[in-house]
Design a binder for this molecule. Sequence first.
Ligand code: SF4
Ligand code: SF4
Length: 715
Amino acid sequence: MQTAKDLKEYRAELREALDNEFLRQAMDKFAVAYRGSRAKAFAGMDLKGLIADVAQAKDGAAQRMDELLSEFTAKAEAAGVKVHVARTALEANEIIAAIAKENGVKKIVKSKSMTAEEIHLNDHLEGQGYEVTETDLGEWIIQLRHEGPTHMVMPAIHLSRYQVADLFSEVTQQKQEVDIEKLVKVARRELRPKYVEADMGISGANVAVAETGSLGMITNEGNGRLVTTLPRVHVALVGLDKLTATLRDALRIIRVLPRNATGQAISSYVTWIKGCVECAPAPGGKKVHHIVFLDNGRRALARDPLFSQVLRCVRCGACANVCPVYRLVGGHKYGHIYIGAIGLILTYFFHGRDKAKNLVQNCINCGSCKDVCAAGIDLPLLIKEIHARIQDEEGHPVPSTLLAKVLKNRKLFHTLLRSAKLAQKPLASGGFIRHLPMIFSKEQNFRALPAIAPKAFRDLWPRIRPEVKGARLKVALFSGCVQDFVYPEQSVAAVNVVAGRGAALDFPMEQSCCGLPVMMMGEMAAARDVAQQNISALDPAKYDYILTLCASCASHLKHGYQKLLGNDPSWAVRAKQFADKVIDFSSFARDVLKLAPEDFRPGGGTATYHAPCHLCRGLGVIEAPRDLLRIAGVEYKPAEEEDVCCGFGGTFSIKFPELSAELLAKKLANAEATGAGTLVTDCPGCVMQLRGGLERKGSPMRVRHMAEILAQQIK
Ligand code: SF4
Ligand code: SF4
């Protein structure tokens, strides 16, 4: 597969994918249906417990990889199997080709295997003159089209039935009807003879159980069984990460995998293979059975304290199913061989930096993948870490180095923001920049950009600081740069809501940007530096709560700081104390201030809600904002997909404006379809995106931060 040489070329490819109307519709349909069927499949189950069990089992297996391999090998070889270990992709290809040669193989059938895709096995075998036929329907289709999979579980999801009918007509030299059932029958008719003629079957495996020496495969089409039983030689290509210690661990994986992959309680076939079974065409009536374990970097990954969690992956594909970016552009543009969130990571380890460097920048950090991962992998964090590693290896781009320098110096950063306020004067009116400078105007035109406020919140604070006598709580307000310099009215609204309710608010002036933008740009050293500055400014020992109105800041202060500083003995304890005090505005208003309907005036109008990614997934705050709307006398009108990203993502919307615009358009269409007068959210970044989009559309819908709604309604 070709790889874009730089971000410019990659973005051109993304635009091409965005123009593919069928792909967009198919992905949308699938994403919506998947959420429903996954929820149904896990109904009544302890999903968190299951995920924790899988993570524990896989982590344990990764740490004992060589021990489990020896145990597996001893058991499998006692049952007549020959076990091989390939250190690299090339070695695996050569071992399999040698097995084919020594057994006089000419024709090979294959069942679906991402590991085989990883090592480009078909290309290698075909290059040596073997006829290789994929037998999974989706894999066969993409093999005929000479392209790679666009999803780990559904490799041909990007194709319409019309395209498949045309393809099958060409292959069979006969006009085929555009009817899915009939097309499946065509595939079955074409493929059946291939199994009978084949000398060798190649499969993957979902699990390799050390205590029994057996392989487990879960499939839906039955082709896996035909591939592994009919031909006289069977080769299973298995990543070392598929080893599990016990059958019990394997069954845990099998419980989660189909439910998480496609929302099925169980796949149509669960096949267990142990030893050389009887096989009529084989010499001596016994099948020749080889298992090739693939390392290709897995052993090194197992030793990496941060990245070893990658080996927990069970290849369910759920991290792609929920990814808003994958949903827009499809797998050919959101991965190399492996796709989706895990694909961005594995591409770096299995296929190299060059293939990964553009991909890892295309993550909006929405956290959806982490939320559904069958093995609890912190995918967004790992993606950011790889981005940072690549920048460390290749050199940091000028804009991110500059931003890192500026953010580390709070005074300089704030001086620049104040200067920008003066510079924008001829361009700004009504809170927006009306005439964007040429470098921005075309690409950023999908939303109006806000102007810097006439007075920053920090300049208003000395005048509006409420006097509180006998306060029961001491609360530090962390504003984040957007609320400080662009939307100070949101922080003022929060002050008005909190004032007189027994909490003494403080606004420590030494606070700076939370540092998330530099972390997103791969500037980890600057992100750590800024985190330390903020922890020093908002000393957790002095406050009961550290309150923030910005969902992204809140999530970063609470979770990000501990990840950045957790390994630094001089900061780890303070980072944890700090994190424990951080609270988002909605949770504070509902659970700490305990605001009740009698605190509010009636007649708050109608509102729908956008759930910021970092609030609903980052902090797990789901109900508090919706409860508050009802408590504040606002008629809440739920929108479709309230918790799907609005497309802001900080620097993401500047790097990938075409994707940001699409996500925003969908979000606004869903909000407007409710007929509500106001769109409420809990994050100034989301306010910026949503308000700018509605302004560009000329929509009468207003966007308000939750604090503004509460301040407007409070008695
Ligand atoms: S964080 Fe969001 S955008 Fe990034 S890979 Fe995960 S789902 Fe996709
Ligand atoms: S990373 Fe998690 S969600 Fe993605 S394929 Fe692997 S197990 Fe599934």
